[in-house]
Unconditional design. Structure first.
Lengths: 198, 326
């Protein structure tokens, strides 16, 4: 069955019905279908979970569950699958009683809304990747922006970047690592801090 | 059940792996260590895939350093970028520190250095002069004499008034008068770009007096003919982009850009459509990444790509609207 909700033709070749997927195939699928949902997922988690410091752990757990399932079989409807996974995770956490309960009983409604939305962010990203990237980079702190641009636009070596930024050569990769985390958050996940009720 | 690692810790580690792989000396041991880390937990793998995807998306930035529409838009939108672009553009490229690892052989005091396609090496001569070899290049040296058998090299010569340094190529000769210059030996023509100091060029079989070049001069010598024009500092710097592994295009036709990429790569970029070959493109691109350049060109110029064997063939503009996916 090669039937899927959104019709991304390039995805079709990845899917052999029911076959077990290799990690690289799942990586591609994950990057293409799941990551673009991150900002909506973060909103969903934040909306339904009071403790903000848990959010990134919850996101990671959702991703691990989704990825693990995809190794068995790529889900037909990525968006529904991701949000169903998120909801189940929150319910599990409540049952385990080890965390603050779900705040709003409206979580099911929120899930429905999130899962049924047409996913404009997905389409917008595909269409205007460069602009999206540019705005993400604009939002970085200057040093983080600089290290990425020096590397990517000017292709400078570690040594040259160190000289340009006035840092020790051995620390350049750490600067880049830090910048990359901020950038990836800005690209995918950066969630508005306004949803939580007081 | 053991307590799971915190997501932020995993993310920090994943980002460090990517940073190290991108910038540090990366060997087989590192690869193995990374693989072990990835295999240790799905959480590691997922965090890595996520950040790696983010990093790959920045490949597109190569398109930004262009005088084309994109950059102008950025400059209007964001003063911070403008300043940075200017700062980068204004700073001269610092010499690359690298060991002389070019393959070479010694025969009766003549040393021969060569680089493969995509190669780049810095060699230091006994007199302290240094020569950087670009892709697919063969250079023979003997004392203060060098022959560029093929390819391209950037010479930074220790000046010695008593013993001028002479570079021969294709019957032409360049005589250093205290100099840094680029020599590129193409079939049927030799191009010399003077970066610093002065040098003299004499074309093969030229009846004229040759020419003394000053910084910014670009001399093109062919059989019996020599022409000299002036290039801007920016153009010279762009022409030295290969020293840091990039090709810089500015309103370059796709045909010329493909020819440049093909100097550096075994997989060839073929422009099958003459109209497409005349389209122009700008930007800075890693010279070893034909696929990236093709994707950017495809998106910017709305082209149709296909792969044939190891080659990428541009068959013309897409008929339908630009929805081709990477």
């Amino acid at each position: 069955m090669v039937d899927r909700s959104d019709n991304h033709r390039e995805g079709a070749s990845l899917r052999a019905a029911g076959a077990e997927m290799t990690a690289p195939e799942v990586d591609l699928w994950f990057a293409r279908e799941v990551l673009p949902l991150e900002s909506v997922l973060m909103q969903f988690l934040q909306h339904n979970w009071r403790n903000a410091s848990d959010i990134s752990d919850l996101r990671q757990e959702v991703y691990v569950r989704v990825y693990e399932a995809a190794l068995e079989r790529i889900p037909d409807r990525p968006k529904q699958f991701v949000f169903a996974t998120a909801r189940n995770l929150l319910i599990d956490r409540v049952r385990q009683g080890n965390v603050v309960p779900i705040e709003a009983a409206s979580d099911l409604e929120a899930l429905e809304i999130a899962a049924d939305a047409p996913g404009p962010e997905h389409i917008a990203i595909a269409r205007d990747d460069l602009r999206h990237l540019q705005s993400a980079i604009d939002r970085l702190p200057p040093r983080a922006r600089e290290v990425i641009l020096l590397r990517r636009i000017h292709g400078l070596s570690r040594n040259e970047i160190a000289q340009r930024m006035g840092v020790a050569e051995g620390t350049v990769s750490q600067h880049l690592a830090y910048a990359l985390r901020l950038l990836t958050d800005a690209l995918y996940g950066e969630f508005p801090d306004v949803r939580r009720k007081p | 059940m053991t307590a799971p690692e915190r997501a932020t810790d995993i993310e920090t580690q994943a980002a460090e792996w990517i940073g190290r792989r991108e910038l540090d000396n990366w060997g087989e041991d590192d690869n193995r260590a990374l693989k072990a880390w990835l295999d240790a937990s799905l959480a590691h793998r997922v965090a890595f895939v996520r950040l790696e995807t983010g990093w790959k998306r920045t490949e597109r930035l190569a398109a930004f350093r262009t005088p084309m529409r994109e950059q102008q838009r950025i400059e209007h939108a964001k003063p911070g970028w403008t300043l940075l672009f200017r700062a980068i553009a204004a700073t001269a490229v610092i010499a690359v520190v690298a060991a002389a690892a070019a393959t070479y052989m010694v025969r009766d005091n003549t040393r021969e250095f060569s680089t493969p396609i995509g190669g780049h090496e810095v060699i230091t001569l006994t007199d302290g002069s240094s020569v950087e070899l670009n892709t697919d290049t063969v250079l023979r040296t003997r004392g203060r004499f060098a022959e560029l058998v093929k390819g391209e090299a950037y010479f930074q010569i220790k000046h010695d008034a008593q013993h001028p340094f002479i570079v021969k190529a294709g019957g032409h000769s360049v005589t250093d008068l205290g100099t840094a210059f680029i020599v590129r030996n193409d079939p049927n023509k030799l191009t010399v770009r003077l970066v610093e100091g002065r040098a003299r060029i004499d074309a093969a079989n030229d009846k004229g007096q040759g020419a003394v070049l000053t910084p910014g001069d670009v001399a093109v010598a062919s059989q019996g003919a020599l022409s000299v024009r002036k290039a801007s500092v920016q153009q010279l710097e762009d022409n030295l982009g290969w020293r840091r592994g990039v090709l810089v295009f500015d309103r370059t036709t796709l045909g010329e850009a493909a020819a440049e990429f093909n100097r550096y790569n075994r997989e060839k970029l073929v422009i099958a459509d003459p109209a497409a070959a005349r389209l122009t493109i700008g930007g800075t691109f890693p010279s070893g990444n034909v696929a990236l350049f093709s994707r950017v060109a495809q998106a910017a110029l709305n082209l149709h790509l296909e792969t044939r064997g190891a080659d990428i063939v541009i068959t013309g503009p897409t008929k339908t609207s630009a929805k081709t996916s990477e």
